[in-house]
Ligand binder design. Structure first.
Ligand code: ATP
Ligand code: MG
Length: 139
């Protein structure tokens, strides 16, 4: 498989506690190239739209509160097999279950406050990159 793009978000827990730089360095050390990056303060409408697939789940309202609680850093990332490799590098949703050395094992606080988001499919990666970045930013 050739070079691919995916989206990561460094979430408010990690950004607010000054861990964004370490997480970006970790991603670069795993071979991801930063195509585009931007700090964003999501509003409720934006967070609900981004996580629309989870609407109706018991954790949805709390997730939206968390994601709007502070600044996030959105990253369009590129490497071979980027979608699958980024999911491996971030680790399981719950840091207690994340493999040692993964970003969530190293930096996440809890299943909700888990430091980083990653797209879960190539189709979602395309949609999520377009959610945050204009085409002109992605050359
Ligand atoms: P993300 O989509 O942020 O990369 P993920 O794909 O590992 O995370 P999802 O199932 O898509 O996990 O859940 C989205 C986010 O919702 C999680 O990253 C976490 O912040 C929160 N979340 C998921 N499940 C729970 C739960 N049971 N309790 C609290 N928060 C949860
Ligand atoms: Mg997900």
């Amino acid at each position: 498989m050739g070079s691919e793009r995916t989206l990561a978000i460094i979430k408010p827990d990690a950004f607010g506690s000054g861990r964004a730089g370490k997480i970006v360095a970790h991603l670069e050390s795993e071979g991801f190239r930063l195509v585009a990056a931007r700090t964003v303060r999501l509003n409720q409408e934006g967070a609900e739209a981004f996580y629309a697939v989870h609407r109706g789940k018991p954790f949805f309202a709390s997730l939206v509160d968390f994601m709007t609680s502070g600044t996030v850093l959105t990253l369009a990332l590129e490497r071979k097999d980027a979608v699958a490799r980024l999911r491996e590098v971030i680790g399981a949703t719950d840091p207690a279950e994340a493999a040692p050395g993964t970003i969530r094992a190293l930096y996440a606080e809890s299943k909700e406050r888990n430091a980083i988001h990653a797209s879960d499919s190539l189709d979602n990666a395309r949609a999520e990159i377009a959610f945050f970045f204009a085409g002109v930013e992605l050359a």
